[in-house]
Ligand binder design. Structure first.
Ligand code: DGP
Length: 148
């Protein structure tokens, strides 16, 4: 299964991330191929906080076929390397939430790439706070240029 973005049958009509995949909602892209899209989180918990999503609607890792989970995590590695090269954080967390108890708020499988700083005080259950759109757009271009 590839080029799923050309086949809307794998997408969900009402899902906000499927709307981003279809181009109905804008995003600051950092990586895009036939199967996976990565873009900056609109509520960043750190500079460079990115989301990596499959172009195949499954609500979480429990429902995602292994093939698609593999594609998403491979792309998360690619995006993590680009974020590291762009911002040189002290570390990176790869976070992936499943279900409301895990504070999942968008029910389309996604992987968070979260740059970390020593003593940044970040905790697991973060609040959603809107980011600065100009700054996000400029940063997305810098990270995109470092995707290898
Ligand atoms: P989670 O809470 O793990 O389900 O993460 C969902 C993330 O998605 C959350 O950090 C906010 C982000 N988000 C929600 N809607 C949008 C959107 O329309 N655009 C972007 N770029 N991010 C979004």
């Amino acid at each position: 299964m590839s080029a799923a973005h050309l086949d809307d049958s794998h997408l969900d009509e009402d899902c906000i991330f499927c709307k981003i995949i279809r181009g109905e909602i804008p995003c600051f892209k950092v990586f895009d191929n036939d199967d996976v899209l990565a873009f900056l989180d609109v509520n960043p918990i750190a500079e460079g906080h990115a989301l990596v999503i499959p172009k195949h609607h499954d609500k979480d890792i429990l429902e995602s076929p292994a093939e698609w989970t593999g594609k998403v995590f491979a792309a998360a590695g690619k995006v993590a390397r680009a974020v590291q090269k762009t911002l040189n954080p002290d570390g990176l967390n790869i976070v992936q939430a499943n279900g409301p108890g895990a504070k999942q708020s968008v029910f389309h499988l996604h992987v968070h790439v979260v740059p970390r700083a020593m003593d940044d005080g970040l905790t697991m259950n973060w609040e959603l706070v809107p980011g600065d759109m100009d700054a996000l757009g400029k940063l997305a271009d810098r990270i995109k240029a470092n995707v290898e």
